[in-house]
Design a binder for this molecule. Structure first.
Ligand code: SAH
Ligand code: F3S
Length: 482
């Protein structure tokens, strides 16, 4: 699997078990971040209660929903193209209704209904519980819209159906929204203020997954290290909480520790960490528990302190480097990955060199790298001219991607000769005689199947590798995870 990506994932349509009493057909596809894929599972669950079974045949759908991403212009263009496709299908199936969910719905609001005649329904990320009412309006022939952002909604009371699942790994959302206001980012506008989900409902969802045989959970949030439950409400209102609420508050380190202790035979990951909010306690929790993976996705965006300041990232290059030193000291074999933006307004060649040198310093295992895309309404769009020419952004991106490929190869190489613990997820897409899974550091490993099966934790001796995949042979079950 190639971890180095330059643009957004393709949409994926999702199908779940069919309920025989449901007669209507829902085609739902998702673009963008993991949170969108996870939200689509919440939406499918809500609509399963409204008589909808999912289908992966667009042509037979009564209702088509597209869960959209606004993070870069290209992501929005991809969705516009999909709407053209739906339009063509609607000519054959005129009864079909079309709804737009997610960040583009929130960003464009009723403009969507004006600009795209095909769209009947526009629903923002906090309004999915209103879908039954909105659909009733659509059925009566009216367009329907709800893009109200919430201070409370975490969908903690909805048990998401698992769409297109491998039955082994699952995502569980723990926070929604983001308060960081990075100047380039549209997320705080489309997903609202940050709020945390009640620990009890998180643990219940994991219990349910455990009972159904799942083995690995990724705790999801825009900024997981900022998780704070004090009885509900916005993170920014914590100061107003009572002494009692503060005394019983649960932070991310505590939540992760609780998960690891309650489910010792399940493995835990989390995403995404923000450098300024990552505290040392979390590192100790990772180091303490075998079942918390040694992998941190720690986006930095730029290696230049001046650019970081323009981006309103709340740390300098040096502070980020000392956080890396701390991670290396507390968790010696921790994998670290990055998100990087090239060509942010005012970025000079020297700033770009700072990015390359920081990458070498950290020796990142993986990376997700993007050319800057101005997003309407963000502070950067309002205050800074998008002044780095497109070909310069692209050239710098290529340099960053090329360097990351070399770093990744070195990181993968160092596993040769080692024995690593791999959770088997599925058949290797290159060979039906091999299993594919990931080690603690999130590196994909493939090995001959023998008598093992998906969901097994297996010790694998690594014999060779490509730049992103380890190749080896199983030497037995991992006793620690049996
Ligand atoms: N904290 C979030 C970040 C979401 S956006 C998380 O959970 O991952 C994911 C990445 O997209 C960011 O880290 C950033 O590298 C990139 N990105 C965001 N806005 C962008 C923009 N305007 N142009 C280019 N890349 C952007
Ligand atoms: Fe976006 Fe920064 Fe939050 S990248 S999601 S505003 S941490």
């Amino acid at each position: 699997m190639e971890k180095i990506i330059e643009e957004d994932k393709q949409g994926e349509s999702l199908v779940l078990e069919q309920n025989p009493t449901n007669t209507k057909k829902l085609f739902i596809e998702s673009y963008g971040c993991q949170m969108n894929f996870s939200d689509s599972e919440v939406v499918a669950s809500i609509l399963a209660g409204q008589g909808y079974n999912t289908t992966n045949l667009l042509e037979e759908a009564d209702l088509v929903l597209v869960n959209t991403c606004s993070i870069r212009d290209k992501a929005e263009q991809t969705v516009r193209k999909r709407l053209e496709k739906y339009n063509a299908v609607k000519k054959i199936n005129p009864g079909m209704k079309v709804g737009v969910l997610g960040c583009m719905a929130e960003r464009l609001k009723s403009k969507f209904l004006e600009e795209e005649k095909i769209v009947d329904l526009v629903v923002g990320p906090d309004a999915y519980k209103d879908l039954p009412n909105l659909l009733a309006e659509v059925e009566e022939g009216r367009d329907a819209i709800n893009v109200i952002l919430s201070k409370e909604e975490t969908y903690g009371d909805i048990s998401p159906v698992r769409l297109n699942s491998n039955g082994v790994t699952a995502f569980v959302s723990i926070t929604r929204g983001c308060d960081n206001m990075c100047t380039f980012c549209v997320v705080p506008f489309t997903r609202g203020r940050e709020r945390s989900r009640e620990p009890q409902s998180i643990l219940e969802e994991i219990t349910d997954l455990y009972d159904r045989g799942f083995k690995e959970i990724t705790l999801l949030g825009q900024n997981v290290d900022s998780y704070l439950w004090y009885g509900g409400g916005l993170k920014k209102d914590y100061d107003k909480a009572s002494d009692m609420q503060k005394a019983t508050a649960v932070d991310f380190a505590q939540l992760l520790d609780m998960c690891a202790r309650m489910f010792p035979k399940m493995r835990f990951r989390f995403s995404t960490s923000n450098p300024q909010d990552m505290h040392e306690e979390v590192l100790h929790v990772i180091a303490k528990h075998h079942n918390v993976c040694n992998y941190i996705h720690l986006p930095v965006q730029s290696g230049s302190t001046r650019i970081l300041k323009e981006m309103n990232r709340q740390h300098t290059r040096e502070e980020y480097m000392s956080l890396i030193d701390k991670i290396r000291a507390i968790i010696p074999d921790c994998a670290i990955s990055q998100d990087m933006i090239t060509g942010f307004p005012t970025e000079t060649e020297e700033d770009h060199q700072d990015t390359l040198s920081l990458m070498k310093y950290v020796n990142y295992d993986y990376g997700f790298m993007f050319a800057y895309s101005e997003r309407p309404g963000t502070l950067a769009a309002r205050k800074l001219e998008d002044d780095v020419p497109e070909q310069v952004k692209k050239r710098r991106l290529q340099e960053v991607v090329d360097l990351q490929r070399d770093l990744s190869h070195n990181c993968t190489n160092k596993f040769i000769g080692q024995v690593v613990e791999v959770l088997i997820e599925k058949e290797s897409h290159r060979s039906d005689a091999h299993w594919s899974g990931r080690n603690s550091q999130n590196t994909v490993a493939v090995f001959p199947k023998e008598n093992y099966k998906p969901g097994d934790f297996v010790l694998v001796r690594i014999n060779s590798c490509t730049s992103a995949t380890l190749i080896g042979e199983a030497i037995g079950y991992s006793e620690k995870m049996q």
